[in-house]
Design a protein around this ligand. Structure first.
Ligand code: DGT
Ligand code: CA
Ligand code: CA
Length: 572
């Protein structure tokens, strides 16, 4: 039922209207919100059966609010709220999240101290300004600060790699109960987004009570936000939330479809369903109130006359149109990857020997592995100079003899792009390597023009194989440098320089850039940037990004079999 979601929207509209000092209208929206929240019937059902007239019959709902409800049922959103949010300088959405602050007090703070957002509120408190106001005290200042801190910590998004193990443990644990018929993770986690806000778990069961109890008493639950018959939400010790929903097995597919999102994908899909005479919601796909599909996601997409869309593509970025035309790309898979071209050995700065890297790569079933230590400008990593690179070449030759029947070892390096775009290793030595990665590790702040020129100059060296972590971004830590990526992609295409999809917390290139580069004809390495043996396992996170970027096997060079890639690298 969408009643709850609609009630929230109406309530927020009411809050804005109160804030704009139109209390009468504001209260009308809030009364409507309460009325919708208390409704026993599904508002969508009422609208579909009885139209606008039926909606107007609901207590407290007049013509103008009924029209908003109609818009919501049809499109999943109410534009009026977006307009209010945009036109109003006060960040009500975030300010009302603070404990003890409702619209009235926020309005008061805005009038007295011109506070518009959380940052300005914190600033005012730091100057002890709130305690001077009627209804506020030193104590309430302290409470507000605490609440802001909490809110900000919960506003953090987590890398998929940070939560993956925990999520798998939770699933394993809940799976054991015989009452659980099906269990799956939905939401952004299933779409394999680079970061997730919270984790959404879906269970099919006819005995929700028992499962709810088990869920909220799992180890590492810090706080229980809510626990109902079919819905619960908890905060885990690490700081993220897990939402659980229990549904009927017959609508498990439609619930998965709905809760996998993204919201944008769902809104577009629902519109499409309506245009074909269906109604789509988390309970199923209906025609004239008769269920036509819902047990599996596949049957829903098929009934709508389209290919199944895998979760990674569900962002409403053209995937629906492609699926309707039967033209979705066949995305690259983790099992397509035959080697890794970004690993750091103890020959330079790490604790893992080349042998260890090679043996782990053999265990993973790779056909080849590249060793790419840092070069001399990177002193903290004990970067290699020309002489030591040549020494390493001899070592790798021996290793290739030792492991020849099992794997091919490629000798590379991660060469620094210096401030002026030159490289810190001479071309005569670069020529001796099997491949050359280049990347930026210093002087991040430069004008867009200079930075672009710097990278293009480095890429123009004829021995370069791949530009690694092209934008310099690190998720949750550092923004990308100012850069004309289109120029870089164009140059990469014409000069046969690969672009890296780095699987570490950099996730660079990210999905949007991968897609753009692919459309411009670029090819990629997906690499792990391994500094310890465990990190050799993080290839999947780069593959996720590539998939979200519509990349296919043919776009990713390290899916080539050994002989083919040997030829490819020789050409350089
Ligand atoms: P997150 O948690 O911020 O990383 O992102 P999601 O996509 O996991 O979002 P979440 O956890 O708020 O909701 C899970 C899914 O439920 C979402 O992807 C789609 C569906 N959903 C949630 N709210 C709405 C909504 O207002 N309208 C529609 N159509 N779907 C929604
Ligand atoms: Ca989520
Ligand atoms: Ca959620």
């Amino acid at each position: 039922m969408k009643n709850e979601e609609l009630a929230k929207i109406l309530f927020e509209i009411g809050e804005y209207l109160e804030l704009e000092n139109i209390p009468f209208k504001g209260r009308a929206y809030q009364a409507a919100a309460i009325s919708i929240d208390n409704l026993e019937k599904d508002i969508e059902g009422i609208y579909i059966e009885e139209g606008l007239k039926g909606v107007e019959k609901i207590e407290g709902i007049g013509k103008s609010i009924a029209l908003k409800i109609e818009e919501f049922v049809k499109t999943g959103e109410v534009k009026y709220l977006e307009e209010l949010r945009k036109s109003n300088p006060i960040d009500l959405k975030n300010l009302t999240k603070i404990e003890g602050l409702g619209p009235k007090r926020i309005y008061f703070l805005n009038k007295e101290l011109k506070i518009r957002n959380v940052a300005e509120l914190r600033e005012a408190i730091s100057k002890n300004k709130l305690r001077e106001l009627k209804g506020f005290s030193e104590k309430s200042e302290k409470n507000i600060l605490e609440s802001i801190a909490f809110m900000e910590s919960s506003g953090l998004r987590f890398l998929l790699s940070e939560v993956k193990e925990d999520v798998e443990t939770i699933i394993e644990r809940l799976k054991k109960f015989k009452e659980v018929k099906k269990i799956q993770v939905a939401g952004s986690y299933r779409r394999k987004k680079e970061t997730v806000g919270d984790i959404d778990i879906l269970i099919a069961s006819s005995f929700p009570l028992k499962i709810m109890n088990e869920f909220v008493s799992m180890p590492n639950v810090l706080k229980i936000w809510s626990k109902g018959e079919t819905k619960a939400s908890v905060r885990m010790v690490k700081g993220y939330d897990v939402d659980l929903r229990i549904v009927d097995i017959n609508s498990f597919g439609s619930a998965m479809q709905y809760f996998t999102g993204s919201k944008e994908h769902n809104i577009a899909l629902r519109k499409l369903a309506i245009s074909k005479g269906y109604k789509l919601n988390e309970y199923g796909l209906f025609k004239n109130n008769i269920s036509k599909a819902g047990k599996t996601e596949e049957e829903i997409y098929n009934k709508l006359g389209m290919q199944y869309i895998c979760p990674e593509l569900r962002e409403n970025r053209g995937e629906i149109e492609l699926a309707l035309k039967n033209k979705l790309p066949k995305l690259v898979e983790l099992s397509d990857i035959k080697g890794d071209f970004h690993t750091h050995s103890s020959f330079a700065g790490t604790n893992i020997s080349m042998e260890e890297i090679i043996e782990k790569a053999i265990l993973k079933g790779y056909e080849y592995i590249g060793i790419s230590d840092h070069t001399k400008d990177l002193k903290i990593e004990n970067g290699l100079n020309e002489e030591r690179l040549l020494l390493q070449k001899k070592e790798i030759k021996k290793l290739n003899e030792k492991y020849s029947s099992k794997i091919r070892v490629f000798h590379g390096a991660e060469v620094n792009i210096l401030k002026d775009g030159s490289l810190d290793i001479k071309s005569e030595v670069l020529k001796e390597l099997d491949y050359v990665n280049i990347g930026i590790h210093s002087h991040f702040k430069m004008s867009k023009e200079k930075m672009t020129k710097r990278i293009l100059k480095a890429m123009s060296n004829p021995y370069i194989t791949c530009l690694v972590h092209p934008t310099g971004k690190i998720v949750n830590k550092r923004d990308s440098y100012d850069l004309d990526l289109e120029k870089i992609f164009k140059f990469a295409k014409t000069n046969n320089v690969l672009l890296e999809v780095n699987s570490s917390e950099r996730l660079d290139l990210n999905s949007l850039n991968i897609r753009k580069a692919k459309e411009m004809g670029c090819k990629f390495f997906i690499n792990t940037d391994t500094h310890n043996l465990r990190q050799l396992e993080r290839m999947e996170f780069g593959v996720n990004e590539a998939r979200r970027g519509f990349a296919e096997k043919k776009d990713i060079v390290n899916t080539m079999p050994r002989e083919e890639i040997e030829k490819f690298l020789k050409k350089k």
